[in-house]
Design a protein around this ligand. Structure first.
Ligand code: NAD
Length: 483
């Protein structure tokens, strides 16, 4: 079988040491790989390249489509872009997969039976990075959830569960509050989930779900969630498993994939042969599965489990009375290699089935006819500081556009006119909702342009507009509190 080309970056801090240990172990296990090395991280940032990766390195990543990456140090100070975010976005790595496993009693944990995989959407949500300051007092960050993005990640989670013999997929959202954005994610979860009748499915509101995860993680199996919740809860899950230093993660896209440890470059531990290479090693096991070298992945993983249960531990997981031998990075790698071909006797051995790489979300996106879209009005937001809601309504009464009326004025999502409450705090950011004069009547772009022209003509500073639409007859915009 031909070798698979992969791109390797040794990173900063403890990165080069844990990468050397990882490559030594997987090569000894028979990994059929050809390595192309690229430089990333601190030195590249300090050469003035704000993304921390040379433009020429993308050629290697595009060629190999497989990236094994050690942690890097982000220099202090502003002006440096996150390499991880850049890589995820540039290569379209939409799925972040993080197994969080307890290795009781060999690694201290409060949850001995924990074995949860967090599947986090990686490209959308508040991480779309669309932010604006709109007034002196108000900034906005847009939460973007798309149907294709949700379909890809949800299908990925179900396919992952099937391939890995998991029994249940849980979805976390906050759709009791974010009815449209998180509501879409939940709806897609239900739709795609119905294609997997043998898989148990459930949905939790993220707040109580997070509490349950922290308290009783053993009731969960695979959990899929939008980007922000996944970012936070995958760290919580890794921490309570007791294994932040042991967890690896995969970032998967349709065209490429990146594998790494979840921890950082631990600069204070660098160059002392102290660091635990296990997180990156388990990341490399996920890489071996991705390139369909399941035999090698299984050998590496089982030899590693055997080493762990024999009490051969690096300083970070060493416990008096449990651990037997404290070793450095290199000696740990030698110990794993010495156990190649062996299986753990107390921890559960892993078995991996050969299967083609799981990319592209495991299936085609659903095709849907475009909905009938009706324009029912517009929210016009103003930067205004000159008085009360009634004063603003008085000024806006001079704006007359045929077929359009001022319906309500709101401030930070709360209706303040007509009939607002004196107690409501008003910032300098006002949203004026215009609708058709008749209930449910449509408006057109020409009327909106005329409206904006007249508002500007009064010297008012409009800062954004949002169209109010119905799709297939359903109003798809939030009602202001109190509307
Ligand atoms: P860190 O994960 O590097 O270290 C946190 C703690 O865990 C430290 O006490 C460290 O000694 C210990 N630790 C981490 N990994 C270990 C290992 N393999 N073996 C033994 N001990 C280990 O987090 P930090 O100190 O907040 O960040 C250090 C640098 O890493 C920062 O520049 C940060 O930006 C960067 N970072 C990079 C990545 C990445 O490249 N993916 C991720 C997180 C942080």
């Amino acid at each position: 079988m031909a070798n698979v080309p992969i791109t390797v970056a040794r990173g900063d801090g403890i990165g080069p040491e844990i990468m050397a240990a990882t490559l030594h172990i997987i090569k000894e296990a028979g990994a059929r790989i050809d390595i192309e090395e690229i430089e990333i991280g601190e030195k590249v940032y300090l050469r003035g390249i704000s993304a921390g990766i040379e433009p020429s390195s993308w050629e290697s990543l595009r060629r190999t489509k497989v990236f094994l990456k050690a942690p890097i140090t982000t220099p202090q100070g502003g002006g440096f872009k996150s390499l991880n975010v850049t890589t995820r976005k540039s290569l379209g790595l939409y799925a972040n997969v993080r197994p969080c496993v307890a290795y009781h009693p060999y690694v201290d944990t409060k949850h001995p039976g924990m074995n949860v995989v967090i599947v986090r959407e990686n490209e959308e949500d508040l991480y779309a990075g669309i932010e604006h300051q709109q007034t002196d007092q108000v900034v906005q960050s847009l939460k973007i959830i798309s149907r294709p993005g949700s379909e890809k990640i949800v299908r990925y989670a179900f396919e992952y569960a099937v391939r890995n013999n998991r029994k249940k997929v849980t979805c976390f959202t906050k759709d009791n509050i974010m009815k449209l954005s998180d509501g879409l994610f939940h709806k897609v979860f239900n739709e795609i989930g119905s294609e997997y009748p043998d898989m148990e499915k459930e949905h939790w509101i993220v707040d109580i779900g997070a509490a349950k995860l922290a308290d009783t993680p053993c009731v969960f199996d695979v959990i899929v969630m939008p980007n922000l919740y996944g970012d936070i809860l995958s760290d919580v899950a890794a921490q309570i498993a007791g294994s932040v230093g042991l967890a690896g993660s995969a970032n998967i896209g349709s065209a490429a994939a990146m594998f790494e440890a979840i921890h950082g470059s631990a600069p204070r531990r660098a160059g002392q042969n102290l660091a635990n290479p296990s997180g990156l090693l388990l990341g490399s096991v996920m890489m071996l599965l991705h390139i369909d070298q399941t035999d090698v992945a299984e050998r590496v993983h089982n030899a590693w489990l055997r080493t762990l249960e024999e009490g051969i531990h690096t300083y970070d997981v060493f416990q008096e009375g449990v651990s037997k031998t404290k070793v450095g990075t290199k000696e740990f790698a030698v110990a794993v290699v010495a156990r190649m071909g062996q299986k753990p006797e107390k921890l559960k051995p892993v078995t991996y089935r050969s299967a083609p790489p799981q990319a592209a979300g495991g299936g085609a996106l659903k095709t849907r006819a475009a909905a009938k879209k009706d324009l029912l009005g517009v929210d016009v937001s103003l930067h205004w500081t000159k008085g009360t809601p009634d004063d603003l309504a008085g000024i806006l009464s001079k704006v007359v556009v045929s077929g359009v009326k001022l319906h309500i004025i709101s401030n930070r999502g709360v209706k303040v006119w007509p009939g607002g409450m004196a107690e409501t705090f008003c910032s300098d950011h006002w949203t004026c909702r215009y609708t058709g004069v008749e209930n449910g009547a449509t408006v057109n772009h020409g009327q909106i342009v005329e409206l904006l022209g007249k508002i500007a003509g009064l010297g008012l500073d409009f800062i954004k507009t949002e169209n109010l639409c119905a799709f297939d007859g359903v109003k798809c915009y939030s009602l202001e509190l109190g509307e």
